[in-house]
Design a protein around this ligand. Structure first.
Ligand SMILES: [Zn+2]
Ligand SMILES: [Zn+2]
Length: 1021
């Protein structure tokens, strides 16, 4: 090959170089920018869920960025006016805490020491300094965000939108201020919404009983409580109205034993359960949510004995100043001293903790702002009922509905400094003025001594407006006209209430239409064992470490391949990312090969017209299928299916098969055929790169650009990201069904070799092929020389169509899509050695099986072990049983039986875990003769097109519907792959082409069998 033909691609794929190159180019050329004035094209819009400005991106964000970028790139390439709007959230508590900590650390000062104005100045400074990190990280991931429209929840425009919404809701009577019991964090010093509370369900506490002496000295009444210190704030004792034990006491009074005041005995049928405790309960309206309701029903005084700092107030008398937990001890001691203690018993109780700092929360009576939520929730429920917004996975619809129908008023005030300060002012007479701009006088009495409410709004208040505030609301902007409602809200299911529901309510109320048409709630990213990633577990994976090591393309493809439309969890393993890096590498090598063989080629007439051979037509048919499958999957948010389709086509059909098949034509003398192969190869590769671009934007751009410049393609756009996305094509079933069996037969023969341990150098003799359609028969006949070369078979016999197979003892049978292969084993297999090996294997399986069976028959193991462990053992047992069956069938075959239908053939896997290869593959072009067998075997294996010893119809349709068993086998194969590769590499080096690795290397060593089983035992859906 001449130097002029050397492709402009470096030999080795270096993701760091490739990925550093393209992002700035795309951005500078304005590809990310959507045109708000262009209404000639359909609009597609997504607002990025704003990450906290304090944070750096974790894998959840990387998933968000990946899925949204895939959707946006897909639509942009498909001719949409696509907007993807970025921004960050000011993250009230989180940000304030970080800056407070820093202030404490560096200057030993609290925020109160520096004052509100100075503190806020510090937060802004901090934001300027660190707030841009997230942008850098998004760039590394390739996110095609419209940076010109980047917003921040505290920027001027959004702050204006927040004030406008607040004032309007106030004017409509949908915002009010009231003294209510709220969840208070004594450490963070702020109110929390119900959603910000973590409940510990069964906290071990105690139920403490003590006696209240009756005021008239006629006896006492015993009450039980889990929080004795709150008795200092009791304002009643309640009994059930129908409880005969206490009927006579209702209306009397008890004397508070520690504070002296008198408190009434009341009857309340709602609060009191006569069967619980003594049937009499103390009532503390200012420190318990149920008691608060009782207080309101009965007009009881509400005495706060615990202050915002968690210490006892002056109302607690002698206990003033004590920490609430210390007060508990002392109150108990005091009751003891007065002889009123009546014992305690252990009691499990629910305990609310602050989601941020885990401090035990205190119900606190205070003035707070609320949104009257029911009138807002109603239309948001209807919108989903009417299908104006739909949830994916659909199961979330019920979750959303249940919450919306049970919704409570939303406490929106937070006692923080960092955030949107509430636009309300109070005059000396206590009137409230709510206004868009600072008022000079009280709206009620005209006094000018106004004081602004110090509280800020809940962070979610501003993010609830995100889909329209970011587009310029309250102005009637072109952006709103063009991009609202947005097309998709893609976010984690953990914030469906915090955020999605609130955006629905606010969007409908202020815009008159839903904020988004589809809500796609993506799964949570967990580690490979399915555990939540957390700092304490030490299993957090930083997406930037991954992009550095494997490339953003590999990470993106992995995340997409793991995102099913129904899943709630993603288990991320680094091996898998590594495997998809190998996929990128494979494409690199395939493109290099193509470029070396496209000498003199120019894109012109459609490839369909230039195709000459059945193989040419077959790959074009497979391409059409891949295009249709990918487009269908993307439109339905089935990211995993799209990834699987692309991977199978590119790695399997194009790289493994077509490139091999095309070599004859490319290297041959027949000019017509060569030009045909060139046109088909170039077309298939170029189309596939466009198809793959949304998933792996960097490597596809690099390869596409090289292809573009090497083939002098006129009129192509300047970048693959603005090229047209492939559109659905008419499938060519005929081309697939005539040539498909050629590939199926080669794969079947290779599989038989693998499973029967037949060395490559041993030719398969007297192979019989049957059950072919007439057309396929002709094609297979024409291609039989090729089949023989690719599988090292000789004297292939074609059985006439319609003629059934005769009895063929000692034959392996493989049945695939519309073909059947019989392979005589005599002469190919060393029967004695193979029999001995299989016997040994059977013995080992039996031993393992006995062990598992013993564990499972142990009742206490089944009853006590974690469900997951038991399920694992069961799965293992059934797996071993299955394996045993296969081995026995194999053994029978060796003993002179006939290939028998052992079981249904497994269908291809849904999401092929990639074959991991660390060393770059040699470019396909360098191997002109059939590849070394070890490699052929490896390549053939993951396909599982046909299986030895299997008779049974396996329809093409069925093959598309993957079975979980095959999926796990595939995972197992992938896990195994690195080891195999090493062994293969060594064998090849040592013995050259045509050699096979030592038998020991091919056989799975005893210790390795776990890999496959581990993979299978993982719980699956
Ligand atoms: Zn807290
Ligand atoms: Zn006033």
């Amino acid at each position: 090959m001449s130097d002029a033909n050397e492709p402009k691609l470096p030999k080795a794929y270096d993701h760091r170089q490739v990925e550093a190159r393209w992002y700035p180019v795309w951005r500078e050329r304005g590809y990310f920018h959507a045109d708000e004035k262009d209404r000639s094209r359909p609009a597609f819009s997504i607002v990025l869920p704003p990450p906290n400005v304090t944070g750096s991106l974790h894998l959840g964000h990387a998933l968000t960025a990946t899925l949204q970028d895939i959707l946006v790139r897909f639509r942009r390439m498909s001719g949409y006016n696509a907007l993807w709007l970025p921004g960050t959230d000011h993250a009230g508590i989180a940000t304030q805490m970080i800056v407070e900590k820093e202030l404490q650390k560096t200057e030993k000062k609290s925020r109160h020491d520096v004052g509100r104005a100075e503190f806020l100045a510090r937060v802004w400074k901090w934001k300027e300094q660190y707030g841009s990190r997230i942008g850098v990280q998004h760039a590394a991931l390739g996110a095609s965000l419209d940076w010109e429209r980047e917003r921040f929840t505290m920027d001027e425009g959004l702050s204006r939108a927040v004030r406008e919404v607040f004032v309007r809701l106030w004017e409509e009577g949908l915002i009010y201020r009231a003294k209510r019991l709220i969840n208070w964090c004594p450490r963070c010093h702020t109110a929390l919404s119900d959603l910000e509370v973590t409940y510990e369900e069964n906290h071990p506490g105690e139920l403490y009983s003590f006696a209240y002496p009756l005021a008239d000295g006629s006896g006492d009444i015993v009450v039980a409580t889990t929080r004795p210190e709150t008795m200092l704030g009791d304002t009643a004792v309640a009994v059930h109205p129908d409880d005969d034990r206490y009927r006579a006491l209702v209306g009397k009074e008890v004397a508070h034993p520690l504070l002296g005041r008198r408190i009434p005995i009341i009857a309340d049928g709602i609060l009191v359960d006569p069967k619980f405790g003594t049937g009499a309960v103390k009532v503390t309206p200012a420190h318990d949510f149920n008691d608060f309701e009782v207080g309101q029903r009965h007009g009881l005084p509400m005495i706060s004995v615990i202050g915002p700092d968690g210490r006892m107030t002056a109302e607690a008398g002698p206990f003033q100043g004590l920490d609430r937990f210390e007060a508990r001890k002392q109150v108990k001691a005091a009751l003891e001293g007065k002889g009123l203690a009546r014992g305690a018993k252990p009691h499990l109780l629910p305990l609310g903790r602050c989601q941020r700092c885990e401090t035990v929360l205190e119900p606190l009576l205070s003035d707070q702002w609320f949104v009257r939520i029911e009138p807002l929730a109603k239309p948001a429920i209807e919108a989903v009922e009417e299908g104006r917004t739909r949830f994916l996975p659909e199961s979330w619809t019920n979750t959303y509905m249940a919450w919306m129908r049970n919704i409570h008023d939303w406490c929106i005030s937070r006692q923080l400094w960092w955030g949107h300060q509430i636009p309300a002012w109070y005059c000396g007479d206590g009137h409230t003025t709510v206004a868009r701009e600072e008022p000079a006088r009280c709206g009620t009495c005209g006094r000018s001594d106004l004081r602004r409410d110090e509280d800020v709004l809940d962070t979610w208040f501003s993010s609830a407006l995100w889909p329209f505030s970011t587009l310029g609301w309250p102005e009637a902007t072109d952006e709103l006209k063009t991009f609202y409602p947005t097309s998709v809200m893609e976010t984690g299911h953990d914030i469906i209430f915090f955020w999605v529901a609130r955006m629905m309510m606010m969007g409908i109320h202020f815009m008159g239409d839903v904020p988004f048409r589809t809500v796609f709630l993506h799964p949570m990213v967990r580690d490979e064992k399915g555990q939540k990633m957390s700092k304490t577990r030490g299993n957090v994976i930083d997406p930037l470490d991954i992009t550095e090591k494997y490339g953003a393309d590999a990470l993106r493809f992995t995340l997409a391949a793991l995102t099913s439309a129904q899943g709630r969890d993603i288990k991320l393993a680094k091996d898998r990312i590594d495997g998809y890096r190998a996929f990128a590498n494979k494409l690199w090598n395939a493109t290099r090969f193509a470029l070396m063989n496209l000498e003199g080629f120019r894109f012109g007439a459609p490839a369909e017209e230039r195709a000459r051979t059945p193989a040419d037509r077959w790959i074009l048919a497979r391409l059409a299928r891949a295009v249709n499958g990918t487009v269908d999957a993307l439109e339905a948010f089935r990211f995993d299916e799209a990834a699987t389709t692309l991977y199978r086509f590119l790695w399997g059909d194009l790289c493994d098969w077509y490139i091999e098949l095309a070599k004859e034509a490319l290297y041959g003398e027949d000019r017509d055929k060569r030009e045909g192969a060139q046109a088909v190869l170039a077309h298939a590769l170029e189309t596939a790169l466009r198809l793959l671009h949304p998933f792996m934007p960097f490597v596809t751009e690099e390869l596409w650009q090289t292809l573009r410049s090497s083939t002098g393609a006129d009129g192509w756009p300047d970048s693959v990201m603005v090229a047209r996305y492939p559109e659905r094509r008419t499938p060519d079933d005929h081309a697939e069904s005539t040539f498909g069996p050629v590939i199926g037969i080669v794969e079947a023969l290779r599989n038989v070799r693998g499973e029967m341990n037949i060395p490559w150098k041993t030719a398969l003799l007297g192979v019989e092929v049957g059950a072919l359609s007439e057309e396929a028969h002709a094609t297979v006949r024409a291609e039989s020389g090729r089949i023989e070369r690719l599988a090292n078979a000789r004297e292939i016999v074609l059985r006439p169509a319609g003629k059934p197979a005769g009895r063929r003892p000692q034959c392996a049978v493989a049945v695939g899509d519309s073909f059947e292969v019989l392979i005589p084993l005599a002469g190919a297999v060393d029967m004695a050695a193979e029999t001995a090996r299989v016997d040994k294997e059977i013995a080992r399986v039996d031993e393992d099986l006995a062990g598992v069976a013993k564990r499972l028959s142990n009742e206490s193991f089944v009853a006590r072990a974690p469900a997951e462990v038991v399920a694992e053992a069961r799965a293992r047992a059934s797996e071993l049983g299955e394996k045993r069956g296969k081995l026995l069938a194999h053994r029978a075959l060796l003993a002179g039986g006939e290939g028998a239908p052992a079981q249904e053939a497994p269908a291809p896997a849904p999401a092929p875990a990639p074959a991991t290869e660390r060393a770059p593959e040699p470019p396909p072009g360098e191997a002109r003769t059939p590849l070394p067998p070890a490699r052929e075997e490896r390549r053939a294996r993951p396909k599982k097109a046909a299986k030895v010893g299997t008779v049974g119809a396996k329809k093409a349709k069925k093959a598309k519907k993957p079975s979980p068993r095959a999926a796990s086998a595939k995972r197992a194969a992938a896990k195994k792959a690195p080891k195999r590769k090493v062994l293969e590499g060594r064998a090849q080096k040592g013995a050259g082409k045509g050699a096979r690795p030592p038998a020991a290397a091919r056989r799975r060593p005893k210790g390795a069998r776990g890999a496959a089983q581990r993979a299978r035992r993982r719980p699956r859906r």
